[in-house]
Design a protein around this ligand. Structure first.
Ligand code: CP
Length: 317
């Protein structure tokens, strides 16, 4: 595998899952693979889980790691071509990216949607420049439209906990005070559509996702109806996708918070969230602290998804 930006880059999903479970059984089996190889992790946005889990995964494979927070200590980067650079950004991405490529073998990039221009976000303007100009394999550590390392960890977690061959998985919108990107729900939907699970998306009107990601999912506007008989509830907030509200918060309706009463409608479902999560906005304290909450094992599987992806990239260097 050269680059990793979405589920389709992995090839056979069953095989990728099998590799992930092999790695989970013995995560130090491939420590020679990354010897004398350097991973550069570039963050345009904050992170806890992605930063730690990806660095740990690289170390498990014997790699060296460099972490760069672009907005803390590096030169501010201009990303638009044609701009007269007389402002506060002394370096252009078009020089910075190939320079970064000189110091490493693999690059991970975190670059969220900016909500300034939908086309730029949905064309993955930043991530695609790394792919084009760095000369290195590039993987997404959450880009404008997808968070594939998270979705891979989510899938690993569902496979570990599922009691039925074909569980019912529900992605539910939940309220949040700020505008959040669609990357996690888009990506989760894309990965769920790559399985044969029963997959339902529920959200208030106005929060429709890009149909390209919704795929074959059933969209149900009645959250309680969607929860009926579910085996997994995956909660997430996202800002509006559809015009003219792209990137806006159009509703913070707390009746959409996942609580014990709604979880009682499910088939004793597990509760999932990618974290960080705002308690009592997205989910009640009771639900996230309940024995059916699997948010911590889900986060732990981020190390496994990152290691599986890095192993595939290193194997093809
Ligand atoms: N879930 C996730 O990506 O967490 P971080 O933003 O903390 O990396």
């Amino acid at each position: 595998m050269r680059h990793f930006t979405c589920v389709h880059d992995l090839g056979d999903l069953r095989q990728a899952l099998a590799e992930a479970f092999e790695i989970k059984k013995d995560r130090f089996r491939f420590t020679e693979l990354g010897r004398n190889k350097t991973l550069l992790m570039i963050f345009f946005n904050s992170s806890l889980r992605t930063r730690l889990s990806t660095q740990k995964a690289a170390m498990n494979l014997g790699m060296n790691t460099i972490v760069l927070d672009v907005n803390q200590g590096a030169w501010k980067l201009e990303t638009e071509r044609g701009v007269i650079m007389d402002g506060d950004k002394p370096e252009h991405l078009l020089e910075a990216v190939p320079v970064m490529g000189c110091y490493c073998d693999v690059i991970g990039v975190r670059s969220f949607a900016r909500f300034e221009n939908k086309e730029d976000d949905y064309n993955e303007k930043i991530l695609s420049q790394f792919i084009r100009h760095s000369g290195r394999p590039v993987f997404s550590m959450e880009a404008a439209t997808r968070h594939p390392l998270q979705s891979f960890a989510d899938l690993i977690t569902i496979e570990e906990y599922k009691k039925k061959e074909r569980p019912k998985v529900v992605l539910t919108w939940a309220p949040h005070p700020r505008a959040l990107p669609q990357a996690v729900p888009n990506s989760f939907a894309e990965w769920m559509n790559a399985t044969d699970y029963e997959f339902v998306i529920t959200h208030p009107e106005g929060y429709e996702l890009d149909p390209k990601f919704v795929g074959n999912a059933r969209v149900e506007y009645d959250q309680k109806k969607a929860f009926e008989g579910a085996d997994f509830i995956y909660a997430k907030n996202w800002a509006a996708y559809t015009d003219p509200n792209y990137g806006k918060v159009i509703n913070t309706d707390r009746s959409w918070t996942v609580d014990t009463e709604k979880m009682a409608l499910t088939d004793n479902a597990y509760f999932m969230h990618c974290l960080p999560v705002r308690r009592n906005m997205i989910v009640s304290d009771d639900v996230i602290e309940s024995p059916r909450s699997i948010v911590i094992p889900e986060a732990a599987n981020r190390e496994i998804s990152a290691q599986t992806v890095l192993k595939k990239i290193l194997s093809d260097l």
